[in-house]
Write a protein that binds this ligand. Structure first.
Ligand code: ADP
Ligand code: MG
Length: 626
C-alpha cells in the first residue's frame, strides 16, 4: 500500500502541533470528542432538512473504550462518518476543517453549535498516541475506509470492515517515558475525569464501560468485577436550561460539582444575554472565605466555555480584583479563540462580557444588602476587606462602584451600618462623618478620644481593619461629607463654656505646658489642654494627615519607612491629675518630670503603641507608690 505524504506545510505544522500548540496533553480527548459531537450534529442537521432521514436520539452517542492489554483507546461515534475522499481531505490536510466548510455550505448560524473550525484538533491525538487508526463509514455509504498514520511520516488509506455509520478512532497509546506517564489515558477514572472536565456539556451521551465490584449473586461476601456502561457527561449545561425550571438546589449542586467551593453559596445569578455579544453565565457569591483567599496563591477567575466546551478553567480577565471572590462560569459562542482553543484571539468580546458581569455583580450585592441584610453581613464578614482594598487600590479609581457596599460597626447602632445609613441620620449641625480606629470594637469603646463626639450624641464608625483608614482617605468624602477621626486636631465641634475655661487654663499655665514639652522633647509635637476629654486624664491625638493608627499600620509593613504621626499629648484640665501637675510644677520639678513621663506612657498604652522602655515605666510607677 502506498504511503501518502502529508503536504509539506502540513508536515511541519504537524510536528509543531504535536509538540507545542497545546500546553496540556489531556485536551486530545476534548478535541476527539468535539469532533465526534460535530459529526452527530451534522446528521441531526441533515435529518432536519432531508425527509428521508430520521433522527432518533437514542441511536446517537459517543463511546470511549480503553483497552489496557493492547494499550489502545478507542473513541467511537455514530455520526455522519467520512468517505475515502473526506478522510483524505479532512485528515490528510492539516488546517483544513471539514466542519467549518459544512457550516459555511449549509449557512449555519445561530443555535448551531458546531465546534470545529481550525482543522488541527484531530492531530492532538498524536500527543498521546504513536499510531492512529481512523475507521469510518459515511452516511449513505455501504463501504468503510480506514486511515492510518504514525504521525509526521504520512498516512495510508484503504478499505476496511466496519458495521454501522460513523467513525472509530483507535489510538495506540505511547509507552511511558521517564518524564511522561501515558498509562493514565488508559485508566477509567482518569478518562472520566477528563471527560467531566472538558466535555461535560457535549449534547450527546459519552458512554464508557465502567468497572465496579459487586456482590456475587446468591453470595453474601463474595465480590466480582462487573462492567457497566455509564453515561459520563451531564449533556445539558445548566446554563442552557430554562431558568424557571431550575431550583436553588440545582444551582447549589452545580456549584459543588464544579468544585467552586465547599460551602453553600449565599447567592447565585443566572444571566442570559442575547445582544451584540451572546453569552450565558452563572455567578455565585460564596458564603465562606477560601482558606487562601487573602494570600498570593489565590487565583481569581471564572470558567470560560465556548459552545459548552471548556476553554479556560480560570479566566482572570472576567473579574476585577475587588470582586475576585465571585465564582462561576461564562459560556459564549461569539468568542474568537486561538488555534489551540486555550486562549482568546481578541479580547474585545471578553472585555464587553467582563464589563456586563461587573455591573451584574454590583447590583446583586446591592440587592443582597437591601433585601437579605443578614446574608450580606455574612458576606461582608468574609469579603468586606476585599471591597475596602478595592476602594484603596488604583488610586481610588473604583471608589464610586464600591462605596455603597461598605459597612462599618456603629457606636450607636451597635451593629454594622452603611455609609448611606450613617449620613442619612446625621443631625443638621454635624459637620463630619466621625470614625475611631483601633484593634477591636471593645477597645475603641474605651478610647478616651471618643468622649466628646460621643457626648455630643454623634455616631462613630469603628475602624478595626488595617485597611479601613487608608480606604477612607482615598474615598475622602461620602455624599459630600468629609470623614474625620475622633483623634484629629479639629473635630469641627463648636466650642462651649468649658472650652473657654480650658483656653484660660492653658494661658495661665503656659510655663507648665512649656516644661512638659521640654520633658517629652521630640516624642510629641505639642502638649495641650484637651477639648475632647471628659473623664480620662490624658490621650494622644495627631495633627495632620497621618493618624496614630495609620502610623501603626505603616510601620508594620515590610518596607517600613518609619513614618510618624505628629503626636499631641492632650491633658484634661478638669481631671484631678491636672491639679497634681500644677502642684508639682510649683513644688517639685523632679516629681513633675516623673508624672509627665508616666502620663505619656499611659497614653501610648491606651493607643496600643509600644512603650519605649517598659522597665523604666514600671520603675516610675514604683516611685509614685513609695
Ligand atoms: P476541526 O474540528 O477544527 O474542523 P479537526 O482537525 O479536529 O478540525 O478535524 C478535521 C476535520 O476532520 C473535521 O472538520 C471533520 O470534517 C473531520 N472529522 C474529524 N473527526 C471526525 C469524526 N469523528 N467524524 C466525522 N468527521 C470528522
Ligand atoms: Mg475538531
Amino acid at each position: 500500500m502506498e504511503k501518502k505524504q502529508f503536504q509539506a506545510e502540513s508536515k511541519r505544522l504537524l510536528e509543531m502541533m504535536i509538540n507545542s500548540i497545546y500546553t496540556n496533553r489531556e485536551v486530545f480527548l476534548r478535541e476527539l470528542i468535539s469532533n465526534a459531537s460535530d459529526a452527530i450534529d451534522k446528521i441531526y442537521y441533515k435529518a432536519l432538512t432531508d425527509d428521508s432521514l430520521s433522527f432518533d436520539r437514542d441511536s446517537y452517542y459517543i463511546k470511549v473504550t480503553p483497552d489496557k492489554e493492547n494499550r489502545t483507546l478507542t473513541i467511537k461515534d455514530t455520526g455522519i462518518g467520512m468517505t475515502q475522499e473526506e478522510l483524505e481531505n479532512n485528515l490528510g490536510v492539516i488546517a483544513k476543517s471539514g466542519s467549518l466548510a459544512f457550516k459555511t455550505e449549509n449557512e449555519l448560524k445561530d443555535g448551531f453549535d458546531i465546534i470545529g473550525q481550525f482543522g488541527v484538533g484531530f492531530y492532538a491525538a498524536f500527543m498521546v498516541a504513536d499510531l492512529v487508526t481512523v475507521k469510518s463509514k459515511a452516511l449513505g455509504s455501504d463501504t468503510a475506509c480506514q486511515w492510518v498514520s504514525e504521525g509526521a511520516d504520512g498516512y495510508t488509506i484503504a478499505p476496511c470492515e466496519k458495521g454501522g455509520t460513523g467513525t472509530e478512532i483507535i489510538l495506540q497509546i505511547k509507552e511511558n517515558t521517564e518524564d511522561e506517564n501515558y498509562d493514565e489515558y488508559l485508566e477509567e477514572y482518569r478518562l472520566k475525569q477528563i471527560i467531566k472536565k472538558y466535555s461535560d456539556f457535549i449534547r450527546y451521551p459519552i458512554k464508557m464501560d465502567v468497572s465496579s465490584s459487586k456482590l456475587k449473586e446468591g453470595s453474601e461476601n463474595e465480590f466480582e468485577e462487573v462492567q457497566e456502561e455509564q453515561i459520563i457527561n451531564s449533556m445539558v449545561p445548566l446554563w442552557k436550561k430554562n431558568k424557571s425550571e431550575l431550583t436553588d438546589e440545582d444551582y447549589e449542586k452545580f456549584y459543588t460539582e464544579k468544585h467552586y467551593g465547599f460551602d453553600t453559596p449565599l447567592k447565585h445569578t443566572h444571566i442570559s444575554v442575547d445582544g451584540t455579544i451572546r453569552y450565558n453565565a452563572i455567578l455565585y457569591i460564596p458564603e465562606k472565605i477560601p482558606f487562601d483567599y487573602y494570600s498570593k496563591e489565590y487565583e481569581k477567575g471564572l470558567e470560560l466555555y465556548s459552545n459548552g466546551v471548556l476553554i479556560m478553567s480560570r479566566c482572570s480577565d472576567l473579574l476585577p480584583d475587588y470582586f475576585s471572590f465571585v465564582k462561576g462560569m461564562v459560556d459564549s459562542e461569539d468568542l474568537s479563540l486561538n488555534i489551540s482553543r486555550e486562549m482568546l484571539q481578541h479580547d474585545r468580546q471578553l472585555k464587553l462580557i467582563a464589563k456586563n458581569i461587573n455591573k451584574k455583580i454590583k447590583s446583586e450585592l446591592q440587592s443582597l444588602l437591601k433585601n437579605e441584610r443578614e446574608k450580606y453581613e455574612e458576606f461582608y464578614q468574609s469579603f468586606g476587606r476585599q471591597l475596602k482594598f478595592g476602594v484603596y487600590s488604583d488610586f481610588g479609581a473604583n471608589k464610586e462602584v464600591l462605596q455603597d457596599l461598605l459597612m462599618f460597626y456603629s457606636s450607636k447602632e451597635k451593629k454594622m451600618v452603611t455609609l448611606d445609613e450613617y449620613v442619612s441620620r446625621m443631625p443638621e449641625e454635624q459637620k463630619y462623618i466621625y470614625y475611631a480606629a483601633g484593634e477591636s470594637n471593645e477597645r475603641i469603646d474605651k478610647l478616651p478620644q471618643t468622649e466628646l463626639v460621643a457626648e455630643k450624641g454623634y455616631e462613630i464608625l469603628y475602624f478595626t481593619d488595617e485597611i479601613d483608614e487608608f480606604a477612607i482617605k482615598m474615598l475622602m468624602t461620602y455624599k459630600e461629607k468629609e470623614f474625620r477621626s475622633v483623634a484629629s486636631g479639629d473635630l469641627g465641634i463648636e466650642p462651649d463654656a468649658a472650652d473657654e475655661q480650658s483656653e484660660i487654663e492653658e494661658k495661665e499655665n503656659k510655663e507648665l505646658f512649656d516644661f512638659m514639652k521640654d520633658v517629652l522633647k521630640d516624642k510629641v509635637k505639642d502638649v495641650r489642654i484637651s477639648k475632647r476629654l471628659k473623664t480620662y486624664p490624658v490621650c494622644l491625638t495627631a495633627d495632620g494627615e497621618i493618624t496614630i493608627e495609620m502610623e501603626k499600620v505603616l510601620n508594620a509593613m515590610p518596607d517600613n519607612q518609619n513614618i510618624k504621626a505628629d503626636k499631641v499629648l492632650e491633658i484634661n484640665a478638669h481631671h484631678e491629675v491636672f491639679q497634681s501637675l500644677k502642684n508639682a510644677f510649683e513644688n517639685d520639678k523632679d516629681k513633675l518630670t516623673l508624672y509627665v513621663n508616666l502620663l505619656y506612657n499611659q497614653a501610648l498604652l491606651i493607643e496600643g503603641l509600644p512603650i519605649q522602655d517598659p522597665v523604666e515605666f514600671t520603675n516610675d510607677i514604683c516611685k509614685v507608690m513609695v
